[in-house]
Ligand binder design. Structure first.
Ligand SMILES: [Zn+2]
Length: 185
């Protein structure tokens, strides 16, 4: 569990674990703007918020969306903890396998099980961070559940795992685990 009290401190902690870690605004990154055009194309416009709303880790860089500037401290820390999971996955699997798991199943769209499992691990951390920083009641919010489930079943990530019932089962199991941890602590 992290003991950081600010997003700046958490960024430093992540940089100690992953030297070279840095944040770059997507708006100022030609590569991100190009990727944005590709994603709009391959998702038929379903993913059109890549630059405005989505955080993306590539290599040791976290590319931040327009919303980052107005994001509150606690929300930033929750995002950073999600993205730290992706950095650890890259370390665990190595870049070629990670890229394969994450990107290759983008074509065809849908049924991208590798990407779905990688994202699911990171979203479990989102839930854990939400419970720790905002309280377990916030982690139980139906709005949060719907938002996260839709990441898997909708077009944002190319319909990576469009089986709502299964994603909801993953979600509820993670939530139950969090609640158990809370009860036992
Ligand atoms: Zn993610």
């Amino acid at each position: 569990m992290t003991t950081c009290v600010s997003s700046a401190e958490l960024i430093q902690e992540i940089a100690r674990e992953f030297p070279g870690f840095r944040l770059i605004s997507k708006r100022e990154s030609p590569f991100s703007l190009l990727l944005d055009r590709v994603l709009k194309l391959v998702t038929f416009g379903a993913q059109r918020a890549y630059v405005t709303h989505y955080h993306t880790v590539i290599g040791k860089t976290l590319y931040t969306p327009d919303t980052w500037a107005s994001t509150g401290e606690v929300e930033r820390m929750i995002v950073l903890r999600h993205e730290r999971i992706h950095l650890r996955q890259r370390q665990r699997y190595g870049l070629p396998l990670m890229t394969f798991l994450y990107l290759v199943p983008f074509f065809p769209l849908g049924l991208a099980y590798g990407r779905a499992r990688l994202e699911w691990e990171a979203y479990r951390e989102t839930l854990r961070a939400t419970a720790e920083l905002l309280g377990v009641e916030r982690a139980r919010s139906p709005l949060l559940r719907e938002g996260i489930v839709r990441r898997f079943t909708g077009g944002d990530y190319g319909w990576m795992w469009p089986f709502r019932a299964q994603v909801e089962r993953w979600y509820d199991a993670a939530l139950a685990e969090l609640t158990r941890l809370e009860v036992s602590s």
